[in-house]
Design a protein around this ligand. Structure first.
Ligand code: HGY
Ligand code: MN
Ligand code: MN
Length: 405
């Protein structure tokens, strides 16, 4: 009797080694680590009887052909990680549906439709100031200008994709025919404490939060820390610190809103010079788009008034946003049924993290299956999902596929 959860854990352990050096997993899009993950997954998909290809957005596509005219169920998630992240975020949602297809094959059960397992190149938006390029390409919603965005080394997304062997100018042709797509089911580690607190292995997502990201640049004046008078200083970090505090205050004051300044850099960044420049990111998330937008607008107003008062230069730009996305009732109900059939309660919960499913909802009905996350920890090396929970998820995904009969 195959332990499908252990099988998943083994493959995830191999994939976790395909990382830049350092703690946890660092696998960014269109990098040697990404290439190694594509090769490992391609071999495993081929062994499972899937036809494998890499599309021009860098999405690895493993397709199991089903009866003609019965449509295609898309499953999958993202292969990329954050820096020094965990071994499950994203990639587990590629491995589990693949293992579910291995399970069905081992049981001699042929899916009633075609099934694709997708490994999207870039969901995190860590390397480039954009995200979801692969899923947006399938949905036909890639925004113009995205290919010109650059990473921290000044490499454009277009150059990185081209060097990866892709033809990024052809991503417009990747849009799928909605008439052929039954739906998209994404399996993902919960990245929060709800399932663990409920003593549940699996949960079904009701809605995915909306998100927006701002890039804020402040320019003041540097000088000798010991001789520059305090009055009249134009210290960029003092302004940045006030903005960080304001992001936190806006989020604390609004029900269900999360606000985070995740990145901050200053210059000249030496102990005895007044900071001349500061660059920071601000991110808001909420299940209510209007709450999130109000916070983003309030932050811009705050930053403008502050920098006016302190005679500082300010560049404040909304660089990314994604609306809140309810999951599809029909597909989600099938997931709940499969979870309860596997012995679960069928808990339904919102997602505070964003996912490729948010973008895929512009193409087809979407549903998400959450897997319990130890201590609710994610985006850290300690991120962990238990093999027995993953085994339950594999069984649920296999039954979901067969339920489409
Ligand atoms: O930021 C997120 O919610 C996702 O992990 N990219
Ligand atoms: Mn993720
Ligand atoms: Mn993530």
């Amino acid at each position: 009797m195959t332990d499908w959860g252990a099988r998943a854990a083994d493959l995830l352990e191999d994939l976790a080694s395909l990382s830049e050096p350092g703690p946890g997993v660092t696998r960014l899009p269109f990098t040697p680590e990404h290439r190694a993950a594509v090769e490992l997954l391609s071999n495993r998909m081929t062994q499972a009887g899937l036809a494998v290809r890499l599309d021009d957005a860098g999405t690895l596509v493993g397709r199991l052909e089903g009866p003609a005219g019965r449509g295609t169920l898309l499953m999958g998630s993202h292969q990329d990680s954050v820096r020094h992240g965990g071994a499950f975020d994203g990639i587990m949602g590629v491995v589990l549906p693949l293992i579910a297809l291995e399970k069905l094959r081992a049981e001699g059960r042929a899916p009633p439709c075609s099934v694709e397992v997708l490994a999207f190149a870039d969901e995190e938006g860590v390397r480039f100031p954009t995200a979801l390029v692969g899923s947006r390409a399938l949905a036909g919603t890639v925004e113009p200008g995205v290919l010109e965005m650059t990473d921290g080394d000044g490499v454009t997304l277009r150059a990185a994709m081209t060097a990866f062997g892709l033809a990024p100018d052809r991503i417009g042709a990747l849009k799928r025919d909605p008439g052929d797509v039954i739906g998209f089911v994404e399996t993902h580690i919960e990245q929060g404490p709800v399932l663990e607190r409920a003593d549940e292995a699996l949960g079904v997502v009701s809605a995915i939060c909306g998100i927006e990201r701002h890039s804020i640049g402040i320019v003041g004046e540097t000088g000798h820390a010991g001789t520059m008078p305090m009055e009249g200083r134009r210290d960029a970090l003092v302004a940045a610190s006030a903005i960080v505090t304001e992001v936190n205050r806006l989020a604390l004051d609004a029900e269900g809103l999360r606000g985070t300044v995740g990145a901050l850099a200053i210059g000249p960044n030496v102990v005895n010079a007044v900071p001349r420049v500061a660059r920071l990111t601000a991110e808001f998330r909420s299940a209510e788009d209007e709450v999130r937008r109000a916070a983003g607008d309030a932050l811009h107003g705050f930053a403008e008034a502050l920098c006016e008062r302190m005679d500082l230069g300010l560049a404040c730009e909304l660089t990314y946003q994604q609306p809140a996305q309810p999951c599809a009732a029909g597909l989600s109900e099938r997931l709940v049924k499969a979870v309860t059939a596997a012995g679960g309660q069928g808990l339904v919960l919102p997602s505070g993290a964003t996912h490729d499913a948010s973008a895929m909802a512009d193409l087809c009905p979407v549903a998400m299956l959450f897997v319990r996350c130890r201590d609710g920890v994610s985006h850290r090396p300690e991120e962990f999902a238990a093999p027995e929970d993953m085994g339950q998820a594999v069984a649920v995904l296999a039954e979901l596929v067969m339920s489409l009969d």
